[in-house]
Every structure is written in C-alpha cells, then in structure tokens.
Design a protein around this ligand. Structure first.
Ligand SMILES: NC(=O)c1ccc[n+]([C@@H]2O[C@H](COP(=O)([O-])OP(=O)(O)OC[C@H]3O[C@@H](n4cnc5c(N)ncnc54)[C@H](O)[C@@H]3O)[C@@H](O)[C@H]2O)c1
Ligand SMILES: O=C(O)C(=O)C[C@@H](O)[C@H](O)[C@H](O)COP(=O)(O)O
Ligand SMILES: [Zn+2]
Length: 359
C-alpha cells in the first residue's frame, strides 16, 4: 500500500493507493455518516458498484445514482438531476458522497458535493489512470457548452481511495488518455521523469509495476504543487500545460468526441512548439510526437475554425484582461506562464492546425 497525505493551508487528506481497496473502504471512513450516496457511471456500475455497496451496507444507509457514461454527463442537466435525487433521498448535511469512477464522475460528484446544502463530505474513488490527476487537488466542475469546467469550485475530498485493481478493466483508449496527463506531469517535472515515460509503450507489454510507478510519480508531482498553491494563484497553473488548446479542442469538437487526454496531448505538442520558438530552445518535440504516434494518439484533426478556437482559448480560466496565457516550457521541468500576443498566436495556431490536418 502506498499512502500520502495532501496538506494544504486549509485541508489535510489521505491518498491511499492499493489493490482491492474497494473491499476495505470502511476502514477509511472514520465518521458515523447517517447516509452515504454513491455516484457512479453506467460502465463502472456493473463492474464495481456492488463491491462498494456491499462493503458499506452493514454500517451505513447507502443509496446510489448511475449516470450515463461519457463527458456529456458533466453537464448542468445531470448536475441538477443529481441534486433532485439527493433531496428526494433525504440526504442531510452530515451525508457523505462517494464518487466512484473516472474524472467525469469525480468532477461532477465533487461539484455536487461542494454545492449540495452548501457542502457535504465526499470521497474520491478513482477508477481510471487519468483520475490519478482529477481525484487529487480538489478541482471540481461541470462543463458549459462555451467551455470546459467553467462552472466549478475548489473543494477537496475527505479522502482519495485509489483501488488500482479497477484499472484492469479500462479500455485501451482510456489508458492512452490517462498517460497523457502522466506525460504532462513528467514534462513539468525534472527530465528523468519524461525519460522514464518516453520509453513506455501503451500495449500489452505495459506492466502493472510500470503503470503504478508512473501513477505514483504523477500524483507526487501534482500533490507537491497543490500543497503549495491549492487555489491556483500561481504555480498550480503549470498543471494546465497543454490545456489551453486542449480544452478548446474538446469543447469545439463537442464533449466526448475526443478524450480529455488526447486533446491535452495535442495541446502539449502545440505548447512545446511554441516554447521552442518563444525561447529559442530545443525541447523533445520530436520524441513526444513519436511517442504519441507509437501509442496511437490522434495526430490529425478535422478542419477547425481558428477564430472559434481563439475565442474558446480566450475563455480559459487563466485569461486576464483578454490576454491568453499559456504554460510554456523554458526547458523540461521549467514551466512558465506566458502572455500570448493574439496575432502571432493566431498565426502559429493556423500553421500548427494545418500540419495536424494533413498529417
Ligand atoms: N479535477 C481535475 O483536476 C481534473 C484533472 C484531469 C481531468 N479532469 C477531468 O476528468 C475528465 C476525464 O476523466 P476520465 O478520463 O477518467 O474520463 P471518464 O470518467 O469519462 O472515464 C473514461 C471512460 O472509462 C470508463 N471507465 C471508468 N473506469 C473504468 C473501469 N475501471 N473499467 C472500465 N471502464 C471504466 C468510463 O465509464 C468512461 O467511459 C474530464 O472531464 C476532465 O476535464 C479533471
Ligand atoms: O489540477 C489542476 O490544476 C489542473 O489543471 C489539472 C488538469 O489536468 C485538469 O484537467 C483541470 O481540470 C483543468 O483545470 P481548469 O481550471 O483548466 O478547468
Ligand atoms: Zn487535465
């Protein structure tokens, strides 16, 4: 078992990582909650809901909701439906919400927890690789048609219980999506981490030992940053590497068309190219491109409107005074937030997208 604790100026919660934790969940709940409400999705429910429900049912009054799987469910409509279900189930302020699933469920259930009766406790039980990122740090949100995560809060869970046995059932595409965020953590960290990731191939040869090693490394990078800057006043913005364009692509294509990790990987490629030009430095752009190619990340895009992407990038949460800010790299492990100049960003985006269309 691997356990770390996230200590910020206001919160302190454990992140526990091990095989089979869903059967030991009770031992991590140290409050006598009158009701426990599990939120999960339609793919995860048939696999793991019974295990979690049965582990808790003797000690707690347990109810649940099963939400249609997919990014489209991170919406105001589903959010409101969940509120209705909690009210009808009579969950009070002492209730506990458990988010059992990937980042979609974690963000959605976390935002419900943050706002239901002005806040009830919640536990993150991540079941995807990507959720090594989403379950830690307390960012919770739903999407707006105009942009990703535009409605949300900073609301840390009371615990993150990561049963890595559940990763055995995630589809290949989701392994790739999750590894994009691991690659992100590696690039904003010191170079040996990227050296480790670049040799990983995401096929049957990926061993559980390698996966868990990379997950834990990623969580540590994130945890250190969150501990220093929980509410993203400064260095937490580095965790947004690849997201300025990535989020714009996700929302422009329509939520769920491309996975979050796939879009972020394209965003990182763009940010690395910009970084090379901006700082006249050499970065492992080719190595990253090759890694993406070898692992079947999408490397071409349909023709997208540069104007619309620029508009979406302007709605990014890092934007101030209408100036788009992007996380660039001065070197591997040296992220920096840069004010982008509209005209040149537009030109660079145009030529980047042109390459992506013909690739
Ligand atoms: N809050 C944060 O800090 C943060 C960080 C990164 C990403 N995110 C958000 O996370 C979301 C993406 O998360 P995700 O990639 O986990 O997507 P997801 O939750 O939609 O899960 C991906 C797919 O895998 C399925 N699935 C989940 N666990 C499974 C399992 N164990 N076995 C079989 N299938 C399983 C799901 O049903 C879904 O179809 C995005 O909305 C993104 O914005 C948030
Ligand atoms: O934890 C953070 O901070 C991140 O930026 C992590 C990202 O991987 C994640 O996708 C996050 O939800 C993006 O945040 P947003 O503030 O740009 O919506
Ligand atoms: Zn992300």
């Amino acid at each position: 078992m691997e356990q770390l604790s996230i200590k910020t100026s206001t919160h302190d919660y454990p992140v526990v990582i091990d095989q089979g934790l869903r059967f030991k969940l009770k031992s991590f709940i140290n409050k006598d909650y009158p009701s426990v409400y599990i939120m999960t999705d339609s793919n995860v429910a048939p696999l793991y809901l019974d295990d979690v429900y049965n582990t808790l049912k003797d000690q707690f009054h347990v109810t649940y909701s099963i939400i249609p799987a997919g990014e489209e469910s991170k919406s105001s409509r589903v959010y409101f439906d969940l509120m209705t279900q909690l009210i009808e189930a009579g969950v009070d302020r002492d209730g506990l919400i458990i988010a059992l699933g990937g980042g979609m469920i974690g963000d959605l259930a976390g935002f419900v927890a943050a706002t239901y009766l002005r806040g009830v406790d919640f536990i993150q039980m991540p079941t995807t690789i990507l959720a090594h990122d989403s379950s830690v740090g307390g960012k919770v949100a739903i999407n707006h048609p105009l942009g990703k995560n535009l409605i949300g809060a900073f609301y840390p869970p009371v615990a993150v219980i990561y049963d890595v046995e559940t990763l055995q059932t995630i589809p290949f595409r989701e392994i790739r999506s999750g590894y994009a965020e691991i690659a992100k953590h590696s690039m904003i960290h010191t170079p040996p981490f990227w050296d480790q990731i670049k040799s990983v191939t995401l096929d049957e040869s990926l061993s559980e030992t390698t996966l868990i090693r990379d997950l834990i490394h990623g969580i540590n990078v994130k945890a250190n940053i969150v501990e220093m800057d929980e509410r993203e006043a400064n260095i937490r913005q580095f965790l947004n590497f690849g997201h300025t364009l990535g989020h714009a692509i996700e929302s422009e294509l329509g939520y769920g068309k491309m996975t979050h990790g796939e879009a972020v990987a394209i965003g990182m490629l763009f940010a690395m190219e910009l970084s090379e030009q901006h700082f006249s430095v050499s970065l492992p752009v080719d190595a990253f491109y090759d890694w993406m190619k070898r692992n079947n990340y999408p490397l071409n895009l349909p023709r997208l409107s540069v104007n619309r992407l620029m508009e979406r990038m302007k709605r990014d949460k890092k934007t101030k005074n209408a100036t788009i800010k992007m996380v660039l790299l001065k070197a591997l492990g040296e992220p920096i937030l840069v004010d982008m100049e509209d005209v040149s960003l537009r030109q660079q985006l145009e030529s980047f997208l042109e390459k992506m269309v013909i690739r």
